[in-house]
Design a protein around this ligand. Structure first.
Ligand SMILES: *Cc1c(COP(=O)(O)O)cnc(C)c1O
Length: 410
C-alpha cells in the first residue's frame, strides 16, 4: 500500500501543484469540497488589491486600466469569463456575483418570468437545503409552487405544470452525479427550463453547459475553486436567454448605465444584469486567484486524478479490512470528488479523525464525508487517511466524550 502510494505520487502529473497551495503541516485535508485550500498566490494578490488598488488608487480603481484604474467595475464579468471555460460556457454567459442562494433566487425568478402559465419548480427531496428553501421563499410570495420527486421519478414528474427543473449536479451528501444531458433534454421535451446547481462540480468535474443545452446554472466560489470563505458565487445564463432575461433584484449594478443615476431602471442587456449591488472586490480578487490556478491545472486532469484518489482510498480501505457502508456510487464515473460513508457514529468518528489531523466532515444525520480535492492531495495522504480511519474504528477512540459534542459548523 505504501509503495503503491509512492508510485502513484511519483507518476502524478499534478503532484507539483501541491506546492501552489498553503497547507498546514500534519493536516490531511479531506474537506476541499466544503472550503478549498488557500493558494500560495492569494495573500500577495490580496496585498496588491488592498495596498495598491484600494490604498493608493482609491476611487480611481473602479475605472479600467486605460483610464489608469484597476478595472474593478468589470471585475465580476472578468472573473465570470474565467470561470466560463471550466463549465462549458461562453465568457459572456457567466458572472461572478452574490451567493449561490441569492443567484438561485434571481435565476428561478428569471425562469418563471420566461414561462407563461406554469409556476411549478421541480426538485428532489434531499437536495442541498438552500435550493429547496429558496423555492419555498418564492412560494410564500405566491410566485412559485414547489414540487419534489425522488431522483428515479424526476422524468415522469415533468408534466405541463413544471416551469423549471432545479437540480444539483453532484449531490453534496452522496456525491451522486445526475446525467445532465439526459435530464436537460427530458425537461426541454416537457417544456420546462433547467437550472443546475454546480457547487460540488465546478473545478472538479467536467461540466459542459452549452453542449447539454442548459438554461441556467449557479455554483460556489469557495469549494473547488479555492476562492476563500464566503467567496462570491457565479451565475450562468445561456446566450439565447440573455435578451429576455428579467430578474427581480433590480439593483443599480444591474442597470444598463449605473452611473447615469436615472430614476428609471433599465436592465443591462447582458449577463451584467444579474448584478444587484456593488461587487465585493476583495472577495473577487481572492476568487480570481483560485480560478486562475484551477484553470491552469485543467478540469480534465483534475477529474481523472479525483477518480484515481477515491479509487485508491477504497483500495486501501479494503486492504486494511475496513468494513464501511459506502453511500456514494461505487462506480467513480457516477460520483463527484468525494466518498461518503454511513455510520451511526459518523459524527464522533469525524471528530476523532480531525483530532488526528485528518479533516473530513460530517453531514446530518449519519454521513462521514471525505472530499478528495485533486489539486493538492497526494496519494500518500489518502493512504494515511485510510490508516487513521482504520485505527479510529479499531481503537474505539471515537467513543471519547469530547468527540461526541456537536459544534455549530460540522
Ligand atoms: C455549498 C453549496 C451552496 C452554497 O450556497 P451559498 O448561498 O453560496 O452559501 C449551495 N448549493 C450547494 C449544492 C452547495 O453545495
Amino acid at each position: 500500500m505504501h509503495t503503491r502510494a509512492a508510485e502513484l505520487d511519483a507518476a502524478d502529473p499534478l503532484g507539483p501543484y501541491r506546492e501552489r497551495f498553503t497547507l498546514p503541516d500534519g493536516v490531511i485535508y479531506l474537506d476541499g469540497n466544503s472550503l478549498g485550500a488557500l493558494p500560495v498566490a492569494t495573500p500577495e494578490a490580496m496585498r496588491r488589491v488592498v495596498e495598491r488598488e484600494w490604498g493608493e488608487g482609491l476611487i480611481r480603481s473602479w475605472n479600467d486600466e486605460e483610464s489608469g484604474g484597476a478595472g474593478w467595475f468589470d471585475m465580476a464579468r472578468d472573473v465570470g469569463a474565467k470561470i466560463a471555460p471550466l463549465i462549458g460556457a461562453q465568457p459572456h454567459e457567466v458572472i461572478a456575483c452574490d451567493t449561490v442562494s441569492v443567484n438561485l433566487f434571481k435565476l428561478i425568478s428569471a425562469a418563471l418570468d420566461m414561462q407563461s402559465g406554469r409556476n411549478v419548480i421541480l426538485s428532489e427531496p434531499g437536495n442541498f437545503p438552500t435550493d429547496l428553501y429558496m423555492i419555498e421563499g418564492l412560494e410564500r410570495q405566491g410566485l412559485a409552487k414547489r414540487r419534489l420527486a425522488e431522483r428515479g421519478n424526476i422524468v415522469d414528474a415533468l408534466d405541463d405544470d413544471i416551469a423549471l427543473l432545479l437540480l444539483t449536479h453532484a449531490h453534496y451528501k452522496t456525491g451522486e452525479v445526475f446525467d445532465m444531458a439526459a435530464l436537460t433534454a427530458a425537461a426541454h421535451e416537457a417544456g420546462a427550463l433547467v437550472l443546475w446547481d454546480l457547487s460540488h462540480s465546478t473545478g472538479a468535474l467536467p461540466v459542459d453547459l452549452n453542449a447539454t443545452g442548459a438554461d441556467f446554472a449557479t455554483g460556489c466560489g469557495y469549494k473547488y475553486l479555492c476562492g476563500g470563505p464566503g467567496a462570491p458565487a457565479f451565475a450562468f445564463v445561456a446566450e439565447g436567454h440573455l435578451p429576455a432575461l428579467r430578474q427581480p433584484l433590480t439593483g443599480w449594478f444591474g442597470h444598463a448605465r449605473p452611473f447615469a443615476f436615472s430614476d428609471e431602471y433599465e436592465a443591462a442587456p447582458g449577463i451584467e444584469q444579474l448584478q444587484c449591488g456593488t461587487s465585493p472586490i476583495l472577495g473577487l480578487a481572492a476568487l480570481e486567484v483560485g480560478v486562475d490556478l484551477i484553470a491552469e491545472i485543467g478540469v480534465a486532469r483534475l477529474y481523472s486524478k479525483s477518480q484515481a484518489l477515491s479509487e485508491f482510498f477504497l483500495e486501501c480501505a479494503s486492504a486494511l479490512g475496513l468494513d464501511l457502508d459506502l453511500v456514494s456510487p461505487p462506480d467513480s464515473g457516477a460520483r463527484g470528488s468525494q466518498l461518503s460513508f454511513q455510520h451511526e457514529n459518523a459524527y464522533a468518528i469525524s471528530q476523532a479523525l480531525i483530532a488526528r489531523g485528518v479533516i473530513g466532515d460530517f453531514r446530518d444525520p449519519d454521513i462521514l464525508r471525505l472530499g478528495f480535492a485533486p489539486a493538492y492531495l497526494r496519494f500518500a495522504d489518502i493512504e494515511a487517511a485510510a490508516r487513521h480511519l482504520a485505527e479510529v474504528l479499531e481503537s474505539g477512540e471515537w467513543q471519547d466524550d469530547a468527540f461526541n459534542r456537536r459544534a455549530a459548523v460540522t
